[in-house]
Design a protein. Structure first.
Length: 345
């Protein structure tokens, strides 16, 4: 019994010691954690990395019109780049199968008439949206087997020289929009540098290679890219003022013969280097004019010109085509094969 009591005491003492040790451990751990808990409580919640806002979708870039040589007859709308200089030359041979009467009829020309026409165009862009250019034409006329012979029985004749020089300024006032075409305002002057007076009857009219007048030009050029077509339009009002007189009356000039030029051209790129071209050209004169020999009268004429362009390099473009006068009045009828070269420096 005594041994049992001793064993119980030992068990109780051991249990008490275990309890004391457990309490001491808990108190020590609590005292160690107590200063840490407030520190942790002062720390903010972990920063959540917000997803960056999605970039706005890029606006769809409008596809620009491809580079081409441009129309061969119609004037272009978009000016050359600022500071750029370019030259363009044409080589054209006109053959005259007939003449148009005042009643829109075509009759025989009365001989084999020809004209070799080589205008050279100098182009410069001094500032943004502005283009200046001058056209200097070389003209060679010749005729064979005329019905109405000259005063000494001449049946053939020829003459060469510089024709009327034209200077033009073109300013892009409205850029091309989604639905609106680009619009350029045009102003220019044609100078009477060609041979137009003191004509030799023996040359059968072939020495008349000028109009003998200042031609004041005002108008607009338009352009619109209607994929895959490039559409050009030219509307010019021409007001010539003549230097020479019809009679001794100083108040009468040799005609103030205004006329309207309206052209439309369409280009269709078929590859990176080849472009198809089709033009409709016209001059509209609202008077039936008959001027004396040596003064070339603006005529009413409507024609078409199919052609093709070749982009040889980034700086050189070539084009070839043939124009056909389809209808007209009070003027010549002709068809003209031509080639042109455009070079940008």
């Amino acid at each position: 019994m005594k041994k049992l009591w001793v064993r119980c005491k030992l068990i109780m003492v051991r249990g008490l010691m275990v309890s004391l040790i457990t309490m001491l451990v808990l108190v020590g751990v609590g005292s160690w954690l107590s200063p840490v808990a407030p520190a942790l409580a002062q720390v903010g919640a972990p920063v959540m990395m917000e997803k960056p806002p999605a970039a706005p979708p890029e606006a769809e870039k409008k596809e620009g019109a491809p580079t081409t040589c441009g129309p061969m007859i119609s004037d272009t709308c978009l000016p050359i780049e600022t500071g750029k200089f370019a030259m363009q030359a044409w080589w054209a041979l006109s053959v005259y199968p007939g003449v148009f009467t005042q009643n829109w009829r075509s009759v025989t020309a009365g001989g084999d008439f020809h004209t070799f026409f080589m205008p050279v165009k100098f182009i410069y862009g001094p500032t943004k949206d502005l283009e200046l250019y001058a056209v200097v034409p070389f003209i060679h006329n010749w005729v064979n087997d005329v019905n109405a012979r000259g005063p000494n029985g001449e049946s053939s004749a020829s003459f060469s020289g510089i024709g009327d020089i034209t200077a033009v300024a073109k300013y892009n006032v409205l850029p091309e929009g989604t639905y609106m075409p680009a619009v350029s305002a045009v102003g220019g002057v044609g100078f009477p540098t060609g041979h137009a007076s003191r004509l030799n009857p023996g040359r059968l009219g072939q020495d008349a290679i000028g109009t003998g007048s200042f031609n004041f030009i005002t108008g607009v050029n338009l352009f619109k890219y209607l994929k895959p077509f490039l559409v050009h339009s030219q509307i010019w009002f021409n007001t010539p003022v003549n230097l020479y007189k019809m009679t001794s009356d100083p108040l009468r000039n040799v005609r103030s013969r205004e006329y309207l030029t309206a052209n439309l051209a369409t280009e269709l790129p078929i590859s990176k280097r080849w472009v198809l071209l089709f033009e409709v050209y016209s001059n509209w004169c609202w008077q039936n004019l008959n001027t004396i020999q040596g003064y070339q009268t603006p005529q009413t004429v409507i024609g078409v010109m199919p052609g093709i362009e070749f982009l040889a390099t980034d700086k050189l473009a070539l084009a070839a085509g043939c124009s056909f006068d389809l209808a007209g009045k009070n003027g010549v009828q002709k068809f003209t094969p031509m080639i042109t070269a455009f070079y940008t420096f």
